[in-house]
Ligand binder design. Structure first.
Ligand code: HEC
Ligand code: HEC
Length: 199
């Protein structure tokens, strides 16, 4: 009897947590080398960006890069509960700052994600509802990417710790595909091949 309970408990603890009804999805990211067979450099570059798109369009990123003024939550990207707004600086309205709930690190007992810089991406960096081609044009554009050069973009995606949260999102959330290092390698290879956008 007790053993049965323990086994059931172990299954609960080690099994895949139920993620808003979303079961499995691709968790791997192809390496830049695996695109070597595409001889045309521009086509290779665009193909690598399409692969990177698995990360960029993942709910872990898009929930914080929404259209409009509200963050989203979970695998389905539902509106943030309780209702919060970006406010003037992306850190929330004066009465409801992100940091009043989101701490320095994930707080798993309450499923609250955390990071010292937890706040919403500015409006011009919204990815929600956009095609991958549109996202690509936007993140290359210094007027809409925080004034970043392509090299800075590589660095940001490959090493920024707020971006990195997406691969260690805490209990009950699917991490972004691959690893941050692999995503960084893909951006770098995409840039080296001419930073060509997919259609
Ligand atoms: C009153 C508390 C509270 C405030 C204030 C708050 N949040 Fe949250 N937030 C939460 C909780 C709790 C969760 C986890 C909900 C869950 O996943 O079940 C969450 C989850 C999120 C997620 C979802 C991550 C994911 O991919 O699932 C994002 C994004 C987010 N918050 C952004 C923000 C931003 C940006 C602000 C400030 C503008 C903010 N939150 C303010 C409580 C809060
Ligand atoms: C907690 C919210 C949050 C999460 C989660 C998040 N971002 Fe961001 N992101 C931001 C903020 C805020 C900025 C603006 C920071 C700046 O310009 O310095 C930003 C800016 C960016 C930029 C530069 C501007 C642009 O849009 O070109 C890139 C690239 C980026 N994020 C990539 C990602 C990727 C990739 C993920 C998921 C793996 C991700 N972000 C997840 C909040 C978030």
């Amino acid at each position: 009897m007790r053993i049965k309970v323990l086994v059931a408990l172990a299954a609960l603890l080690t099994g895949t947590p139920t993620l808003d009804g979303v079961s499995e999805q691709s968790v791997n990211l192809a390496t830049p080398e695996s695109f070597a067979s595409i001889a045309d450099t521009a086509a290779r570059s665009a193909a690598m960006f399409t692969e990177l798109g698995k990360v960029l369009t993942h709910p872990r990123c898009v929930n914080c890069h929404p259209a409009g003024d509200h963050p989203h939550q979970g695998e389905q990207g539902r509106l943030h509960q309780p209702p919060v707004e970006r406010g003037a600086d992306g850190h929330g309205l004066p009465a409801m700052r992100c940091s009043s709930c989101h701490q320095q690190a994930n707080f798993d007992p309450a499923r609250i994600p955390g990071h010292p810089e937890w706040h919403l991406a500015p409006r011009e960096m919204a990815w929600e509802g956009k095609t991958l081609g549109e996202i690509c044009a936007q993140i290359k554009d210094p007027a809409r990417n925080g004034g970043r050069s392509l090299e800075e973009l590589v660095h940001h995606i490959g090493t920024d710790t707020l971006v990195g949260w997406a691969w260690a999102p805490g209990f009950g959330r699917l991490p972004a595909p691959g690893t941050q290092k692999q995503a960084g390698a893909l951006v770098e290879a995409w840039v080296k091949a001419g930073a060509v956008c997919p259609n």
